[in-house]
Design a protein around this ligand. Structure first.
Ligand code: CIR
Length: 259
């Protein structure tokens, strides 16, 4: 099994009515819960279509962004690392995720220092763990993660998320062990030297956040040029409506923890 894109499990959390209060960089409208629930169900069904087990956690009415479970932890084959979100309103989500990971992971470790780090800033590739500093992830968070995973044999490389972009993975995703989908603005920083890159089409930067999950690439619907680039490159693309999560700067990777 290739642990960077072949998974037997995913954890998701049902969106709650509190999403109307979810964090967002720009207000482009209030997310509609019914539409988000439909899209979430489609997302979960697509993960299950690959024969993976999906652990569906209940909605959390006290945490507006809790459906974006990816930010609470990094899960590796050796164990899970509980994050320390840079968004104060999201800090409490971590403890609520821990019991689930405790049940399925060999070991659970914690970011305990004063630094901050969110899962959306972490891209695990076939050879290293890239962590983008952002408004949510700082140098202390990155260095603590590096020391936590070093005895598991991982190299952590600190990179930078472009100004105005929420998370590192807002602008990139792993398609294969050494293949990355990225926007040109992120690749311009030089952070992906040595990788095979596929660029989002002009004007379609908002679809850079996809997930390779077993045989599928799940991508947000409505980005036809990039979808056909991916299909032409041999990927089996599944498009999921993401209009409501996009209002909260969320995308395909945010909605699950995969391991
Ligand atoms: C937030 O600002 O924290 C949420 N509204 C969106 C989180 C998206 N998560 C991700 O990209 N991993």
């Amino acid at each position: 099994m290739n642990p960077t894109f072949e998974f037997s499990r995913a954890v998701t959390r049902r969106p709650s009515a509190a999403i109307v209060d979810g964090l967002r960089a720009n207000d482009i409208g209030t997310p509609d819960l019914n539409q988000m629930l439909k899209d979430h169900a489609h997302y979960v069904a697509t993960l299950k279509e690959t024969n993976a087990e999906v652990i569906e956690l209940p909605a959390l009415d006290d945490f507006a962004d809790a459906t974006f479970v990816e930010d609470t932890a990094l899960v590796l084959p050796q164990g899970a690392i509980m994050m320390r979100p840079g968004a104060a309103s999201r800090m409490g989500e971590v403890a609520l995720m821990q019991p689930t990971l405790q049940k399925y992971c060999k070991e659970v470790r914690h970011i305990t220092g004063s630094g901050h780090i969110e899962g959306g800033d972490i891209l695990v590739t076939g050879r290293e763990i890239l962590v983008g500093r952002s408004d949510r992830t700082d140098a202390l968070g990155v260095s603590e993660l590096a020391s936590i995973v070093s005895d598991w044999g991982y190299d952590v490389r600190e990179v930078f998320t472009p100004e105005g972009v929420l998370h590192f993975k807002t602008d990139c995703s792993l398609l294969g062990e050494n293949t990355i989908l990225t926007t040109k603005r992120l690749a311009a920083s030089g952070c992906f030297e040595g990788y095979d890159l596929i660029y989002t089409a002009e004007g379609e930067e908002a679809c850079a956040n996809t997930i390779r999950f077993n045989q599928f690439v799940l991508m947000p619907a409505g980005f036809p040029k990039t979808a056909s680039v991916l299909a032409d490159a041999g990927f089996l693309v599944r498009e999921i409506n993401n209009s409501e999560c996009a209002k909260l700067d969320g995308g395909m990777s945010c909605l699950s923890l995969r391991f």
